[in-house]
Design a protein around this ligand. Structure first.
Ligand code: SF4
Ligand code: SF4
Length: 467
């Protein structure tokens, strides 16, 4: 992977030369976007084409092409709007290759909210571009028929758990059968998370009491796949919150937050899922709505954006909901933290999840929590803010770039000499675990920050274990 790529130049029109397409142009068909949400002039006109974001962009660093940089992608979005570039294969390829990591937003001095642009562009692609039949079918199954349906997820989880535990998985992988099927099926199978027992679905509709006097009343976002594959992480989060005086409600009726849908352009479906969650978390006086998944947290905080142009009647309720959402590290770092931690002699490092660092701008809270642990030596990870290659399902669909990002990440992690790699997002946990499994240190642990806190509480000699 090239780390410092020479900038390629494009003849870029200045923003003065790119006013928004006029009504006449749009009605004459000059604009390349279809009706509905599209990248907006208010957002892209802030880009002054300075290029200061280029070196923060993993795809630009990997491919060295202007068209795979934030500036180049914004340029292409404008060209489509002006009707100078078709909403076709080349445009879709460059938009698909973006990780939506939003590292460019943090780097941008002009305040370009790139996430809004790429997500709107992908909304257009989802509505108006016809992908190959197999890709369309798989996307429909995953985004529409599976993720929004907890019951179907649970059934799939049970089947997968049987497949993983019965020895069938080992036999299928060893047989090489999956390699004969076109697509990345074998790679996807190797990346697929382990199904945990019991599923966290059984917790929906319950309330976990505070340990000691109640200081806060919060609600917990259980996620979708996390109910199957990160049930232990969710339980650890409940225990850590309980030890900090939180009564934690886990509202029934909640479901997938829609983050993967927003990133992939399924905006109508994401709106439906957002409304379901907004209503599920509507009851009672809550101090916060807590999530332990950075990717979910960023979309939950940005629900109002989904209702800016469509379904404006829901904008206010989305805004009220989002104002209460906090990442678990953000919440814990802001309260008077229970410091009854057992000492642990560990060297740890921390990988910033992109949607915590760049989308939510939370970098110091998890570090402060780690540094509160006695005996833990925290070593800063060089380039911790660069994506590890997970990015939702990116590591499945763009295997080569994701793999090169992971390899660079693992090299950096090796330099820290850490025993434990910490992060704060389920997708990053899976990706880093895959990196560790393929490394020469396969016993190195990869944990969520709250799991290390939970471990430190549970090993404290004066603290009774919480089941
Ligand atoms: S840093 Fe911001 S203004 Fe400069 S090219 Fe990148 S997105 Fe545009
Ligand atoms: S979101 Fe990430 S991959 Fe996409 S343009 Fe920005 S920095 Fe590059």
């Amino acid at each position: 992977m090239s780390q410092a790529v020479k900038e390629t130049t494009l003849s870029q029109p200045s923003n003065d030369l790119i006013p928004p397409a006029s009504k006449a142009e749009k009605s004459s068909g000059a604009g390349g976007y279809g009706p509905g949400e599209a990248p907006r002039w208010e957002d892209y006109s802030k880009c002054v084409h300075c290029g200061l974001c280029l070196n923060s962009c993993p795809t630009y660093r990997a491919l060295g092409q202007e068209m795979d940089s934030p500036r180049g992608r914004i340029y292409q979005m404008i060209q489509v709007e002006r009707g100078r570039l078709p909403l076709g294969e080349a445009f879709v390829r460059h938009m698909d290759l973006c990780l939506d990591c939003r590292g460019c937003e943090t780097a941008c001095p002009s305040g370009v909210q790139y996430g809004r642009l790429i997500e709107a562009a992908r909304g257009q692609i989802q509505k108006y571009y016809r992908r190959p039949a197999a890709a369309t079918f798989l996307r429909k199954v995953f985004f529409r028929e599976l993720l929004p349906h907890p019951r179907r997820l649970e059934i799939l989880g049970r089947l997968l758990r049987f497949y993983q535990r019965s020895g069938l998985e080992r036999a299928v992988l060893a047989s090489g059968l999956l390699r004969m099927i076109p697509g990345n099926l074998e790679h996807a199978a190797r990346l697929s998370p382990r199904m945990e027992k019991p599923f966290f679905f059984s917790r929906l509709g319950t309330v976990a009491p505070a340990v000691g006097p109640r200081r806060y009343r919060v609600a917990f976002v259980a996620g979708c796949i996390a109910n199957l594959a990160f049930a232990n992480l969710n339980e650890a989060t409940l225990r850590v919150l309980a030890r900090n005086g939180c009564e934690v409600a886990i509202p029934p009726g909640q479901g997938c937050c829609g983050a993967l849908h927003v990133h992939a352009g399924w905006r109508d479906l994401a709106r439906e899922m957002a409304l379901k969650n907004i209503r599920a978390f509507n009851a009672g006086n809550l101090d916060a709505i807590i999530t332990n998944a950075a990717g979910c947290g960023s979309v939950l905080k940005e629900y109002p954006e989904l209702f800016e142009q469509v379904g404006q009647e829901h904008y206010e309720e989305a805004r009220r909901f989002s104002a209460r959402v906090q990442d678990v590290s953000e919440f814990l770092a802001a309260i008077d933290l229970n410091r009854d931690f057992a000492r642990a002699n560990l060297r740890v490092t921390y990988q910033d999840p992109c949607h915590l660092a760049h989308a939510q701008r939370i970098r110091s809270a998890p570090r402060r929590l780690i540094q509160a642990l006695p005996g833990v030596e925290f070593v800063e990870l060089p380039e911790a803010e660069i994506c590890c290659g997970s990015a939702g399902i990116y590591n499945v669909v763009h295997r080569d770039i994701a793999q090169s990002l992971l390899e660079a990440k693992m090299q950096r992690i090796d330099e820290t000499g850490a025993d434990v790699i910490l992060t704060a997002n389920p997708g990053c946990l899976l990706q880093l675990r895959a990196g560790v499994a393929a490394s020469n240190k396969p016993k190195r642990r990869v944990m969520h920050v709250v799991e290390l806190l939970d471990e430190a509480y549970s090993r404290h000699p004066k603290i009774a274990p919480l089941l």
